[in-house]
Each structure stands twice: as C-alpha cells, then as structure tokens.
Design a protein around this ligand. Structure first.
Ligand code: NAD
Length: 288
C-alpha cells in the first residue's frame, strides 16, 4: 500500500516556526482579507485562515462585502487595505461574486503584499524562476514532496488542471525543480494515457473520482488537491481505495494538501512583512 503523505504534521511544524518568528516582531504582522459574496465554502476558508492567524499571533483584518459587490468595489476594498498601511499581506477570497474579474483584482494587489501570488508580477517572476511570492497550494505541495524525500529532479510530472491558483503555478514550480512537466486539462484527450506517464501526478480538477487506478503508473506519487463537497463529506479527485494499492505515496483528503495551504499563507504573510521591512521586493529583479 502507498505511504500516506499527510499534510497536518508538516503544517504544524511550519506553524510552530511562524509562531516563533512572529513572537519576535513588534508590531505583529497583519493579513488583510477581502471576502465578497455569500459562498459558504469561501466563508469557511476565510474562517480557517483567521483561526490560523490567531494561532500564530498574526493579526487578521477581514473586510466583508455583500454578494452584490462589483469588481470595482472589491478593488476599492483592496486599495483601502493597502493605503491604511496596517496590513503586510492582502488576499481576496475567490470566487468573486457576479462577473467581477479576478484578474483585475489580482493586479490591484501590490506585488509585495500579494500573499496569494496572483499579481502578474509575481506570476511572471515565478515562471522566470525568480524570488517571488508563490501561490500557497502548490508551494505547500513542493514542501510536502521535499519533506517526504520525494525526488522531483529529472522525473516526469503530470498536473491535471490549469487554474491560476493551482495548476499553472504547480507546473512552474515543478519545472523550476527540474521535473519534466505536462499540464492536462478539460480539453486533454486520453487523460488516462497522459497521467500514466507520471512519476508524480498532481490532480487539481475538482472532480471526485476523476483519477482511477487506470490513470496511475505503478509506484507513482499521487497528490490529490481536489476538495469537492459531496454527501460523503470532503472528497478528492482520486479514487483513493483503487489508487492506494498502485501508488507509492498518496495524499489523503482531507488532511493532505489543505492544511499546508494555510501554513504557506502564514509563511507568505511573513515574507510580505520581510519585504516591507527591507523593501527587497521593490527592487527590480535581476536579469540573467
Ligand atoms: P478550477 O475549477 O479553477 O480548475 C479546475 C481545472 O481542472 C481546470 O483547469 C480544468 O481545465 C481542469 N479540468 C476540469 N475537468 C477536467 C477533466 N475532466 N479532465 C482534466 N482536467 C479537467 O479549480 P481550482 O481552483 O484549480 O481547484 C481545483 C480543485 O482543488 C477544487 O476541488 C478546489 O476546491 C481544490 N483546491 C484545494 C485547495 C487545498 O488547499 N486543498 C486549494 C485550492 C483548490
């Protein structure tokens, strides 16, 4: 059976490190969150983020906007959080209501406060392999792989999903770590054959049961990012019972990738704080 790649223990270790660093900061770092709309899942994610901040001594400031909020109002809320000068990091919980454009909102977050790493400056730096603030979920997955001694260099990685928050940055980070990367998505023919190429398979589609035994090569490492709310509770993309007999390592849902996402958000908040103290992210990146 595959070994279970749990995220909780590692997340607790990372949180302990954050707590220790925060205890030496005065004033403590602060995270600003804009929550627009009434999506219950978003409200629950924001509560988890507030709790994690509270556990580690980070201040959190949550600005709540109604479900009729326009993209412009969200951008204005971001600008207000920025100009008040209190918070080190800012994020907007996605999805945004109505037809608000998440790309415009990401561009409105100053790059050095962009804890989710979605501003085009951070996205570009990530793809260039430069110092940046990287999206929390794929950053947590890279930590998880390293923590379990899973070699990435020279291996074949397949990422299922091409979102800005998971799939694309995951591919960028795996490339930076010297994997050979394929990105599959909703228009990919023969997903099974593509996935079977993978030594490391990361699924972030949000479709329960998408990844079956026939998608997985013997001995592959399977990272399940999917979190779909079903009547059976939180469910990943991977048909766990089928795949655990084939894979060498597999993340559980829940308790795999999720806790690490939050831990990386806390680390990114400290990174923003450090950037504020040193102005390091203000400097143009070196051109190699
Ligand atoms: P998204 O809906 O933006 O993207 C889903 C991606 O899956 C798309 O790029 C799409 O092309 C691809 N896809 C859809 N159907 C497919 C199919 N049949 N075959 C192959 N690819 C297909 O979602 P997202 O924001 O990237 O999130 C993906 C999943 O990960 C969701 O379940 C989400 O809840 C979860 N998630 C979990 C965490 C965590 O911390 N655990 C964080 C972020 C997202």
């Amino acid at each position: 059976l595959a070994s279970l790649l749990r995220g909780r223990e590692l997340a607790a270790l990372i949180e302990a490190g954050v707590l220790e660093r925060v205890s030496r900061m005065d004033p403590p770092p602060a995270l600003g969150v804009v929550l627009a709309g009434d999506d219950p899942a978003s409200a629950s994610y924001v509560r988890s983020k507030e709790k994690a901040c509270a556990r580690t001594g980070i201040r959190s400031v949550v600005v709540r906007l109604g479900s009729s909020a326009s993209g412009r109002e969200v951008v204005e809320a971001v600008a207000a959080l920025d100009s008040e000068g209190v918070v080190d990091g800012i994020l907007c919980q996605l999805p945004l209501p109505g037809r608000a454009d998440p790309g415009l909102v990401a561009s409105a977050i100053p790059p050095r406060k962009d804890v989710d790493g979605l501003n085009p400056v951070n996205v570009g730096r990530l793809w260039r392999g430069e110092d940046c603030i990287a999206p929390c979920t794929p950053a947590g997955i890279m930590r998880l792989l390293a923590h379990h001694g899973i070699e990435v260099r020279g291996r074949r990685a397949v990422v299922v999903g091409r979102s800005h928050i998971v799939g694309r940055p995951m591919a960028a980070m795996l490339i930076a770590a010297d994997a050979t990367v394929t990105v599959a998505h909703s228009r990919t023919p023969d997903l099974e054959a593509v996935c079977r190429e993978a030594d490391i398979l990361v699924s972030a589609a949000g479709i329960p049961g998408l990844i079956r035994a026939t998608h997985v090569r013997e001995g592959a490492v399977v990272v399940d990012v999917g979190t779909s709310r079903t009547e059976k509770g939180l469910t990943g993309d991977v048909a766990f019972e089928e795949v655990e007999g084939i894979a060498s390592g597999i993340t559980p849902v829940p308790g795999g990738v999720g806790p690490l996402t939050i831990a990386m958000l806390l680390e990114n908040t400290l990174k923003c704080r450090a950037a504020r103290d040193s102005h390091s992210l203000h400097r143009p990146a070196p051109i190699i």
